[in-house]
Structure formats: structure tokens, C-alpha cells
Design a binder for this molecule. Sequence first.
Ligand code: AHN
Ligand code: ZN
Length: 317
Amino acid sequence: MLAACANDAKQPIEDMAPAPPPREAKPVPKFDRDSAYAYVEQQVAFGPRVVNSEAHARTRKWLVDKLESFGAEVREQNFEAVAFDGTPLSATNIIARYSPELEDRILLSAHWDTRPFADSDLEDDPNAVVNGADDGGSGVGVLLEVARQLGMNKPDIGVDIVLFDAEDYGKSGGGGGNSWGLGSQYYAKNVQAPKPRFGILLDMVGARDANFAVESYSEKYAPTIVGKVWRLANSMGYGSYYVNERGGAVIDDHYYVNTIANIPTIDIINLPKDAEGQFVDHWHTGNDNMDVIDKRTLRAAGQVVLATVFREAAGTL
Ligand code: AHN
Ligand code: ZN
């Protein structure tokens, strides 16, 4: 800083660029965890949000209405896809924009569909259905509350909230090719200008004592964002969630946003150390219901996302 001032002092004054107007830092709104919890509950009440189902269609309309009521400019990005098993899927990404006129933008995302079958090794009931409170419901519930806050307090940066469809219709086990994240693949191939500068994906952010270890593709494609967000979260007192541990690599929606759209995007995802598999034990089982949701975890996700947006807007992240 001092050295730069000394150099500038040698230049004639009329060559100096005008100082940018000081940006007043807007306070970070308070994330309401009860509100987020109610949004998760409402999704679960619709029933499993499996692509092509009635519950899925009703939830879609509810999500669009909610986001519009929170002051966003909402677009439904419809697309047709074919699932790994040949099922034709009519799906919809929901894109909600705040301050659409601004060039500098942040992407906040989660998937809103739920898994059509409970295929986890930990599920022995062949009739179990996945309610997707955590897997699907939690990320969307958090982003709806973030959207509500953005509707009341606009940061000096654009925000695109994108709810991806058809994330969870992938092939069980390994070797599914690109059968997961069909909505994010479509979004990434068709992303419109102005393209968000970076992104955050929320996936399974509702369970008690969630362990947000650093997912490996996030570290690979968006190390700067990982550093900023984990440092911020720890400074806010959420270090028990945002642990400084390396987690495995997950082919999740952020993988396609990173590799197809080239938007550096992190995945905040629960990667527990003591689970039997890579994810929480209720993952893709009949146990993924409201019983596993803890408001404190929803807040840890949502308050950090809100702080990230407002701090980045103020240039202090
Ligand atoms: C794979 O298992 C390849 N991806 C998991 C992504 C996912 C499913 N997230 C939630 N459900
Ligand atoms: Zn899933």
C-alpha cells in the first residue's frame, strides 16, 4: 500500500484513475432457521418430488410462487432428458434472479428433485420411499430463506438462485456415466450472460452435527472460494460444521457447473467421518425424513451463504 502510494506520487495527477466510490458495507441479514425448517417441512409434505410425478409438479409451482413472492425474477428452464434406465424425464430447473441488471453475480444452487428409489445398501425395506428431507429438501429450504432475506435486503451484487431438477435419477452404484445431475448439465450447457463469477451448491445441509468436509472437486476447481467460505464460517463460530478436513469427490451438480460452464463452484455437503458409506446413513433410505433435520445445521448453511454474498458484495470476503 505504501509502496503503491510512493509510485503513484511520481505520476502527474491527471493520469491517475479516479478512486472508486467507497462501497458502504451493508449488514448481513439474520437467517431465520425456523423459516428454513418450515420450507423443508412443506416440501416433504408434498410427498417425494420424483420427476414426472404429481407431487413434483405441485412442488414446482409452489417453488416458483414462493420465489416470486420474495421479489425474484423467476424463469422455469424446461428440458427433456432420458434417465439411465430409459425413462423419459420432463424436468425443470428453476432460476430466480436478484438484481438482474448487475453484471457481477453469484450462483447459489441446490437440487429440488428426490430419488425415485431407496436403493441404499442400508435399506432393507423394498417398499421404502425417499422423502428427501435432507437430500433435496434441506438445500432448497435454506435457499428459500436466503431468497426471502434477499427480497428484504439487496446486496450490491447480483444473485442467481438455481434449483436444479433431475439430479437424483442416476444409476445406482458406480459406472453411471453422466446419469446424475441432468438438470445441472442442461443449465451448464445453456448458461446465459451475465454468467455468475462463482457458485455455491448446497446438498444435504440439514442433518444434526453435519460434517462439511471439503469435497474434492470443490478443492480442485474452486480452491479460492473454498478458502474464503471455510475461513468465514470458522470466524462466524460454525467451525464444528465447516471442518478443515478433506472429503471425497462427489459427482454432484457442481461438477457439471465447474466442468461445462467453467464457473468455479463449491459443494457444501455433509460427508460424515463415521458413516458406513460416503454419505449420511439416511441417504437414499426411507429414513430421510423430518426426524433427521436439525435447525442449527440449516442455519449454519444459510447464515454462511448470506454472509458470503454480503461480504463479497462489500469487497470484504
Ligand atoms: C453419486 O453418487 C455419483 N452422486 C451423488 C450425488 C447426490 C445424490 N447427491 C445427493 N444425492
Ligand atoms: Zn440423492
